[in-house]
Design a protein around this ligand. Structure first.
Ligand SMILES: NC(=O)C1=CN([C@@H]2O[C@H](COP(=O)(O)OP(=O)(O)OC[C@H]3O[C@@H](n4cnc5c(N)ncnc54)[C@H](OP(=O)(O)O)[C@@H]3O)[C@@H](O)[C@H]2O)C=CC1
Ligand SMILES: Cc1cn([C@H]2C[C@H](O)[C@@H](COP(=O)(O)OP(=O)(O)O[C@H]3O[C@@H](C)C(=O)[C@@H](O)[C@H]3O)O2)c(=O)[nH]c1=O
Length: 288
């Protein structure tokens, strides 16, 4: 099978490259220089020329703060370009695997884990454009699986774990918000799940939206405390603060925990607890 991975040099794309290293399938990994997903003709050409049966879209506009001032570009990448991929796969009678986010939720004050069929209530441009991407897929009628995930981190690129490893090892004190609650996700865990669904073709006939994060719940403050503890960064005084004490252009969800019952029941998977995966990632980073 010919599988196109877009945005392949990002966190998830790199992890998918790791997961699929031994596969007999033909994976074609592309970043923006090889395939700009905003270019509908280039997407269509790539799909036809390589007889693509499946696209895994790892490309996105992921800068949450910057999106507030760059809404058109965020919409182009997170929604219009997703339509290009959906239409190309629809024409090829293939399947689109797309990644979305817990930030499609959050405007309403709930504290029960969010389910797949719950109405999206984004708090900012990033979440709104990601929701539009999901809607573009639904409107296209393509066979698709959408994985909403949350708080992704990995050994690669820029992410919260790497930022906090740096800050807690260099600053005497740090304030981190405790009133935004969610679940961290090790990108390698998610990539392994996607890889297995593709490798064993269990994605077939199971189209729909699925939630995936690691197990457990924490605030960004708890996440930071655990990062520092695992790394042995004991000299930094980490204090909880409210969101308004950490000024930002965008309001983030106060609660965006994802209910993962559907993905566990459908694909019979066990999901690692968030601190276990965090230990793996930090160990790998320390060994680099
Ligand atoms: N990061 C997170 O915390 C979370 C992410 N998600 C979602 O998971 C998915 C993967 O996220 P993550 O791996 O962290 O993202 P990254 O930001 O690490 O990677 C995104 C990749 O997309 C590439 N890209 C940008 N523009 C284009 C384009 N026009 N055509 C092709 N590729 C392009 C980027 O290249 P370049 O760097 O050169 O611009 C980058 O390599 C995304 O859909 C994201 O919305 C969901 C929840 C949490
Ligand atoms: C660096 C720092 C951040 N914070 C806060 C800001 C913010 O509320 C929270 C997390 O910061 P980040 O910049 O990582 O947040 P953010 O970029 O909003 O993370 C999100 O990215 C997108 C792509 C997603 O899809 C989401 O699931 C989520 O992972 O921590 C502090 O309170 N203190 C600090 O020193």
């Amino acid at each position: 099978m010919n599988i196109l991975v877009t945005g392949a040099n990002g966190q998830l794309g790199t992890c998918l490259r790791n997961s699929s290293a031994g596969s007999a399938d033909n994976y074609i990994f592309t970043d923006v220089t090889e395939l700009d997903i905003t270019d509908a003709e280039a997407v269509s050409r790539m799909v036809k020329n390589n007889d693509i049966n499946l696209i895994v879209n790892c490309a996105a506009y992921t800068n949450v703060d910057k999106a507030e001032d760059d809404a058109d570009f965020a919409e182009l990448l997170n929604a219009k370009a997703v339509r290009n991929l959906a239409e190309a796969m629809k024409a090829a009678d293939g399947t689109l695997i797309h990644i979305s986010t817990d930030y499609v939720f959050g405007k309403e004050p709930y504290n029960i884990p969010c389910r797949e069929d719950q109405r999206g209530t984004p708090t900012g441009v990033y979440g709104e454009t990601k929701l539009h991407g999901e809607q573009a897929i639904a409107q296209s009628g393509v066979k698709a699986l959408i994985f909403r995930t949350a708080w992704l981190y990995s050994e690669y690129g820029k992410n919260f774990v790497k930022t906090m490893l740096g800050l807690t090892s260099s600053k005497p004190e740090l304030k981190v918000v405790f009133d935004q609650v969610g679940t961290p996700t090790y990108a390698q865990d998610l990539a392994d799940v996607i890889y297995n669904l593709v490798e064993y073709r269990t994605y077939e006939g199971n189209e729909g939206i699925y939630h995936y994060s690691n197990e457990g719940v924490c605030s960004w403050y708890d996440f930071t405390k655990m990062i520092a503890e695992i790394a042995g960064n004991t000299d930094c005084d980490i204090q909880p603060c409210h969101s308004d004490e950490f000024p930002s252009k965008v309001r983030r969800p106060s609660y965006s925990v994802l209910d993962k019952t559907k993905i566990k029941d459908t694909f019979k998977i066990r999901i690692p607890y968030w601190t276990d995966s965090l230990k793996t990632c930090i160990k790998n980073l320390k060994e680099e």
